[in-house]
Design a protein around this ligand. Sequence first.
Ligand SMILES: [Zn+2]
Length: 267
Amino acid sequence: MQGYIDCHCHISAEDFDSDIDDVIQESKKAGLVALLAVAEHAGEFEKIIQLSQRFPGFVIPCLGVHPVQDPAQPRGALLEDLDAALPLIYKYKDDIVAIGEVGLDFTPRVVNNDAGKDSQRQVLIRQAEIAKMLNLPLNVHSRSAGRPTIHLLKELGVENALLHAFDGKPSVAMEGVKAGYFFSIPPSIVRSDQQKLVKQVPLESMCLETDAPALGPEKQVRNVPRNISISAEYIAKIKGVPLEKVMEVTTQNALRLFPKLKAFIKA
Ligand SMILES: [Zn+2]
């Protein structure tokens, strides 16, 4: 398969409401063959499914509950959202290629006590169980929580996971590599201090992502899926391999990690 796969982006974000057709068109022109549209909360699921029907074989859904929920919500909202999400995940189980975006976020402004961290863990554990039951991989967020996330995934016996925009130490990432996990690199890598991660994680364990509209090459500027080439070019430079090789290997990795993807892209 010739082209890039964006393994993690938020195409259902309001930022794309006004020009979604152009954004998709430009993504295709830039060489993308598919993008994985991840969810953050249950209220977003129907929109993602609708987008996947509007752009069949290109917008590929992942459904899950993100650890960071709207701060305006009362405490406990995370677990409530999980309750709302579960029946929908079952309803759409045949339409999705992964459970996500799930994970842990221990940034101090997000969570400042053990109870908060524990509800994040519970929500991740429940979704890892569902993923296992449905035989689906996890599309995983971890921020200020690289080590706890990888350790919990391993403890739970998770075999198939993508660690997106990993901000932990490369040595911790290598534990994930050993467990068979993949790491996706966003365009913001050009302005981050995670170069060592790209150096150390083997290309065979790497995928591409944009996390659009976040994590673009420039801060505060809307990121778009066509920026996937920025990630690929950066990896090619650091690894000292041709761009085509990065495209080929990361796409093969994505197809291996998300086995249902191939059939979706062809359909
Ligand atoms: Zn994300």
